[in-house]
Design a protein around this ligand. Structure first.
Ligand code: KG4
Ligand code: ZN
Length: 347
């Protein structure tokens, strides 16, 4: 057995994340101290198409992956053989994008003899809550906990009674929260990505101008946002047909409030139901100011919402999750493949 694997101290993991439109690499010490965190975003490339163009995303990852990994090592002041493992996002995500990160990770593992650890992207979003922030403030999440992941592809509620133990309570039945932000932004003719654009427009709007539907789906922990999206679409169409100027700010603010209400309500209900001691939030939508404010203002549960840079896609969160696998001596063979629909499973 590799003696390094038995220890949970001084563990340095280089992680690579290329599941969508960010080429990212990071080095973490002991799963929570960030030695480097590099993200090359492709937003400018995709914004003219109003969404991620998969073929272009994978080509851009190919161009960016080497310099991004090199920069992550340089900023961490480390060379490959000073590391303990190479981690990589295995899925879910875009196949052509995932493959670029996977091949780079395999090449590094093969060349160095280091163990390779394939990580589920959602697991990464959960583990972003364990990354130490600059001011070191929030306490380590305490089990049992409820995790809410709200991203471009997921709205998922998860119960964790311990590290690497995931019980999926609910998912979105249709659009993910981020997807709803992106689609509503498009119909309000706001730029991609929709989340930040809606947030900006909403700052100047009245959040009670429209009483949009909240799908509470009583008796389940699932979410649904397509009815809400359709309600916004109908308002816009009616106004367009009548030649009325579209009140973008009010529509954005009312839509955002409806999403936030449902996410906060269901998360708090589930935390109460499962006697959680902590709530953690992750994924791109957790960067949303209104959502963060609503969670911070509740006073029933201790809550960890990562800083913005660890909410959207990054590799630090992949290294944080990989650390837990490393200390449990789990690693993968070099012939693992990417899994675009990789399910989140417990160790
Ligand atoms: O986690 P992420 O970076 O990538 C995925 O794993 O999907 O999430 C991207 C999603 C996009 O839908 C984007 O519109 C949304 O997160 N997002 C936001 C905000 N920032 C990013 N949604 C609402 N408010 C934001 N400030
Ligand atoms: Zn993500």
């Amino acid at each position: 057995m590799n003696p390094k694997k038995a220890s949970s101290n001084n563990v340095r993991i280089l992680a690579i994340e290329t599941s969508c439109d960010e080429t990212a690499a990071a080095v973490l010490l002991n799963g929570n101290q960030v030695l480097s965190n590099i993200v090359a975003s492709q937003i400018d490339l995709h914004s003219k198409y109003g969404g991620v163009f998969p073929e272009m995303a994978s080509r851009q990852h190919i161009l960016a992956i080497y310099p991004v990994v090199e920069e992550a090592l340089t900023q961490a002041h480390l060379v490959l053989n000073e590391l303990d493992a190479i981690a990589v996002t295995r899925g879910p995500g875009l196949a052509g994008s995932l493959v670029v990160g996977m091949n780079m990770a395999k090449a590094l593992a093969l060349g160095s003899g280091l163990p390779l650890i394939g990580i589920n992207h959602l697991e990464g979003h959960l583990y972003s809550a364990w990354i130490q922030t600059e001011n070191n403030s929030p306490a380590q999440p305490d089990f049992p906990l409820i995790g809410l992941i709200v991203s471009g592809g997921h709205s998922t509620l998860i119960f964790m009674k311990d590290h690497l133990h995931y019980e999926i309570l609910g998912n979105t039945l249709d659009d993910a929260a981020g997807e709803a932000f992106d689609k509503v932004a498009r119909l309000l003719e706001l730029p991609y990505p929709g989340g930040p654009s809606i947030q900006k427009a909403a700052e100047y709007g009245n959040s009670s101008a429209y009483n949009f539907p909240r799908a509470r789906l009583e008796g389940s922990w699932n979410f649904s946002f397509s009815g809400l999206k359709t309600a916004v679409l109908r308002e816009v169409q009616t106004m367009k047909n009548s030649g009325i100027t579209i009140p973008i700010e009010n529509l954005a603010a009312s839509f955002q409030t409806a999403v936030v209400d449902v996410l906060v309500e269901k998360t708090l209900q589930s935390a109460e139901f499962f006697h959680a001691r902590h709530i953690i939030i992750g994924g791109g939508v957790s960067a949303n100011h209104a959502l963060r404010k609503a969670f911070i203002e509740q006073n029933k549960f201790t809550i960890t919402i990562p800083p913005l840079k660890y909410c959207t896609d990054n590799a630090a969160m992949i290294a944080a999750a990989a650390y837990q696998h490393f200390v449990h001596s789990r690693n993968d063979s070099l012939d693992i493949d990417v899994m675009p629909n990789f399910p989140l499973t417990s160790l």
